[in-house]
Design a protein around this ligand. Structure first.
Ligand SMILES: Nc1ncnc2c1ncn2[C@@H]1O[C@H](COP(=O)(O)OP(=O)(O)O)[C@@H](O)[C@H]1O
Ligand SMILES: [Mg+2]
Length: 284
């Protein structure tokens, strides 16, 4: 493979410079981290499953007219996305009480919320991504009023769409975290798009019938084999065969590679032209 420039290596992904200006390749690693990377492991197949699930969900949202960074799948571990300037505000939507909300407000896990709840967190690992209010965001200039309107509006739509999609697949979307990015158009106009990933790393997903947890909480709290949960999610969404693509701790490479190609073809419809390099400087 031709040499490529690595832009960034995070906990779960590596970003490489893409083939066209304004694009990047997301490479999904098999690394799992929790509790600010205090707990770490490498889990065969996690990257393949997350790449596939995220590509599918992003393409699905694009199809519903929701702007995302997604362009196309490349192979079983990589996808091509638009390069964005990441807004340092994470948007969380919750449908059912779980995780930090339970700790903070003393709620019992699994309690359905009176209505979906939207929260903002400052994206800063060193500070452990603290919960913030809208005024913090404006006061410190992390995003402006128009960007926040777009982000919030997109987040509600994503939650609606994915809750429905999951419900139709026997899954319950408990909560999810979203990241957004800025893209500048040819005339310097600004677009906000959904970025990063949507996967069982960033969503809580329970089996609708049994309540079984199928997301990263399996890893956080040692609830069972992580990949097994992710495979169930992928299977329910119609992305992998029943047995999954990981058997006995190793990937069935041939099967996984074939699935990567199917996805690329399927989402090809959503391919859009990549804009010219922006008028403003890219970050990173
Ligand atoms: N389209 C994009 N363009 C530029 N950066 C992105 C894009 N999508 C996601 N990112 C950023 O790339 C990083 C993805 O790698 P990840 O392993 O999730 O990192 P982290 O350890 O920071 O969570 C994140 O910091 C995310 O904000
Ligand atoms: Mg991340």
């Amino acid at each position: 493979m031709a040499r490529r420039h690595r832009i960034y290596e995070g906990k779960a992904k590596i970003l490489y410079e893409g083939p066209d200006p304004g694009t990047v390749i997301q490479y999904f690693k098999d690394d799992a981290t929790a509790f600010d990377a205090v707990k770490k492991a490498t889990i065969a197949g996690k990257g393949v499953l997350n790449n596939r699930i995220s590509a599918h969900l992003m393409a699905y949202l694009e199809g519903a007219g929701i702007p995302t960074h997604f362009l196309r799948s490349i192979n079983m571990r990589e996808q091509l996305v638009r390069r964005v300037e990441v807004v340092p505000v994470e948007v969380v939507i919750r449908n059912v009480a779980a995780g930090s909300l339970c700790k903070r407000l003393g709620l019992k896990e699994g309690t359905p919320l009176p209505r979906p709840l939207l929260e903002y967190y400052f994206k800063n690992d060193a500070l452990h991504d603290p919960l913030v209010g809208e005024d913090h965001i404006f006061c410190f200039g992390w995003a402006d009023q128009y960007e926040m309107e777009d982000m919030t509006h997109i987040a509600w739509r994503v939650n609606d769409r994915l809750s429905g999609l999951f419900a139709g697949s026997g899954l319950r979307l408990i909560d999810m975290k979203m990241e957004f990015g800025r893209i500048w158009g040819e005339n310097g106009e600004l677009y906000i798009v959904l970025a990063d990933e949507i996967s069982p790393d960033t969503c809580r997903i329970w089996d609708a019938a049994t309540g079984e947890k199928l997301d990263k909480d399996r890893f956080r709290y040692d609830l069972g084999d992580l990949v097994e949960g992710y495979q169930k999610v992928a299977h329910r969404l119609g992305l992998v065969p029943e047995g999954g693509i990981i058997e006995g701790g190793s990937i069935n490479e041939q099967l996984a590679a074939g699935l990567g190609v199917i996805e690329a073809t399927r989402v090809g419809r959503h391919l859009r032209a990549v804009p010219k390099p922006p008028g403003k400087p890219w970050k990173g």
